[in-house]
Design a binder for this molecule. Structure first.
Ligand code: AMP
Length: 293
């Protein structure tokens, strides 16, 4: 059975029924694809109640970004979730799936809302540099949704790796009693990560977009097959060469846990890239373990 809740009041009443059940939460902006569905599937497997929120959060869009044109497809999203629930053979089970899709922005941000949750040390890099305020918008909405949903587990895709680390740290710092579950990136057959923004791409841009996962794989391969710091020197050379093309917003290798420059003792490297094709910005990342001599 799938419930669709459109107001916070409705949601609070519904949520109380499940006070003694395990609750998994998948926050999204909708326009669901295989990435979102993989998170939902994992939550369905591990919780009595799964809540998928669908809210295009204005606070995480910067001026001039695609807030207005971001695809809003609640009907199709609902159909996809129903199909997932059916295909997982859950219709006759005790499992429940609910969609929380606030009908207006005021449901989340009532007049006078004035709190900002900010984690500057993790936010002021990578995507945060070109999108000032973006991560404050993300952490603020996620905190507000956490308060409402009261989940035991929250599922986040590693596609938005910086976002995952920020929410993880917020949970730790504010002692929220929530287990964050990172989920692997779902990719199309050509290795491009699924994203709601892929549909903005023209045919040519879709082909050009493949340079993003391809370059990350090239760098990953360098780090896998060379010992540190030779691997870093080789990777840095390739990055320098790639960044001569204007389409790159950033391409960086950082410590995969702290997002700081890799140091002696760094074990996992994150390779982070963002390219802009026309007005569409895509991000991706790959993780790799360092080999010391
Ligand atoms: P969004 O709707 O883009 O805000 O994403 C909602 C959640 O889905 C976030 O935790 C994302 O990291 C996750 N997600 C988006 N794309 C993918 C993907 N290709 N693979 C896995 N998770 C994803």
């Amino acid at each position: 059975m799938i419930e669709i809740l459109r107001t916070t009041k409705q949601f609070e009443i519904f949520r109380k029924i499940y006070d003694d059940k395990s609750v998994g939460f998948v926050p999204t902006m909708g326009n669901l694809h295989k990435g979102h569905l993989s998170l939902t599937k994992e939550s369905l497997r591990n919780n009595d109640l799964t809540i998928v929120s669908i809210f295009v959060n204005p606070k995480q869009f910067c001026p001039g970004e695609d807030f207005e044109k971001y695809p809003r497809t609640l009907g199709e999203d609902t159909a996809k979730l129903k199909e997932l629930f059916r295909s997982e053979n859950l219709i006759d089970s005790n499992k429940r799936l609910a969609i929380f899709a606030p009908e207006s922005i005021q449901e989340i941000y009532p007049p006078g809302f004035s709190t900002v949750i900010s984690l500057p040390s993790l936010s002021n890099k990578l995507c945060g540099l070109n999108r000032p305020g973006h991560f404050d918008g993300v952490s603020t909405v996620v905190f507000s949704l956490f308060s409402l949903v009261r989940p035991h587990k929250a599922y986040f895709g590693q596609k938005d790796y910086q976002q995952y680390l920020i929410i993880k740290k917020m949970i730790e710092d504010l002692r929220l009693n929530i287990q964050i579950v990172p989920m692997p990136i779902k990719r199309d057959t050509d290795d491009l990560a699924f994203s709601s923004r892929n549909q903005y791409l023209t045919k040519e841009e879709r082909i050009d977009a493949l340079e993003l996962p391809r370059t990350l794989s090239e760098i990953k391969n360098i780090i896998k097959t060379n010992v540190w710091p030779i691997a870093k020197m080789k990777a840095d050379n390739l990055i320098k060469e790639k960044l001569t093309s204007k389409k790159w917003e950033y391409l960086k290798i950082l410590d995969g846990l702290s997002l700081e420059e890799p140091q002696e003792g760094t074990y996992t490297i994150g390779i982070f890239g963002s390219i802009k094709l026309g007005s569409t910005r895509l991000i991706d990342n790959k993780l790799v373990e360092i080999k010391y001599a």
